[in-house]
Design a protein around this ligand. Structure first.
Ligand code: SF4
Ligand code: SF4
Ligand code: SF4
Length: 264
């Protein structure tokens, strides 16, 4: 296996079987370092490019003086109602041991996997090109590691422990939440993702700002022209910032653009 092996196999665990496993994501702990996505790529020997089993999104909300950077590290959520499977027409299945939703490797270039992508609200299936017979890939829950009593490599790699993995009921009990989506994520009521989320805490403004005065001071550069002519340049960033979470890319170009910091 990959060079990631030595750094991520230190912890083994006794895994129950026959229950639905899933992921926990603590948005307040994630600082979008992308260690998880890089290690996932390394472990699964996926070259740089559009195939991403785990994506880290960042999108902005609010404007000066209350900007708020949202982050989401997302994989397949191995849903309780995996709407991708009937759409995949036999090219995907849910295995019974951990509840992982998997692509049949022999049918990875089936055009039906485009229908599976369309059905999935999370864009969890990725393709290596825009061809109708492109190979499809997705998170497989690191089932090879589970079979060795190891945790998924993304979870083990996270330096801030923003990720966890286990039976979904255990995660809900451990973290005291059954929240199945973060703000801006798709409605979970149909697919029932095997995931538990903890949203980032509300930002607190410690120093009150007089916004017009603060901006006029920031704009001044002595004898140089001011940084901005109009404060709306700063307080209205529509069209400038990435202010939308786009989980379902229309094509490879958009998939790359929306995850452009993910090392290829
Ligand atoms: S490794 Fe952890 S902190 Fe870094 S992007 Fe992934 S989830 Fe976030
Ligand atoms: S996240 Fe998408 S691909 Fe994964 S099981 Fe759910 S519907 Fe299927
Ligand atoms: S569980 Fe494994 S395959 Fe899925 S995102 Fe994490 S590292 Fe990648």
């Amino acid at each position: 296996m990959s060079s990631a092996t030595t750094s991520v196999t230190a912890t083994t665990t006794s895994l129950s079987t026959g229950v639905q496993y899933g992921f926990y994501f603590d948005q307040g702990r994630c600082f979008s370092c992308r260690t998880c996505s890089i290690v996932c790529r390394d472990w699964h020997n996926i070259p740089a490019g559009p195939v991403k089993l785990l994506r880290v999104f960042r999108w902005e909300k609010g404007t000066f003086p209350n900007p708020d950077l949202q982050v989401l590290a997302t994989m397949c959520y191995h849903c309780a109602n995996p709407v991708c499977i009937p759409a995949a027409n036999g090219a995907m299945m849910k295995e019974p041991k951990y509840g992982a939703v998997l692509i049949d490797p022999a049918q990875a270039n089936s055009p039906s996997l485009r229908d599976a992508f369309d059905a999935c609200p999370y864009g969890a299936i990725s393709f290596d090109s825009d061809s109708s017979t492109a190979n499809a890939y997705k998170c497989n829950m690191c089932i090879d590691r589970l079979e060795q009593g190891l945790m998924p490599v993304c979870v083990m790699s996270c330096p801030s422990r923003a990720l966890d993995f286990g039976p979904i009921a255990d995660l809900q009990s451990k973290y005291g939440t059954t929240l199945a989506q973060l703000e801006d994520m798709p409605d979970p009521s149909i697919t029932h993702p095997s995931a538990v989320f903890k949203p980032a805490p509300q930002k607190i403004q410690l120093v009150p700002y007089d916004v017009p005065t603060a901006l006029s001071l920031l704009a001044a550069r002595g004898s140089l022209p001011p940084v901005m002519q109009d404060t709306s340049n700063v307080t209205n960033t529509s069209g400038v910032a990435t202010n939308t979470l786009i989980m379902k890319a229309a094509n490879v170009a958009q998939a790359m653009a929306t995850t452009k910091d993910d090392m290829g």
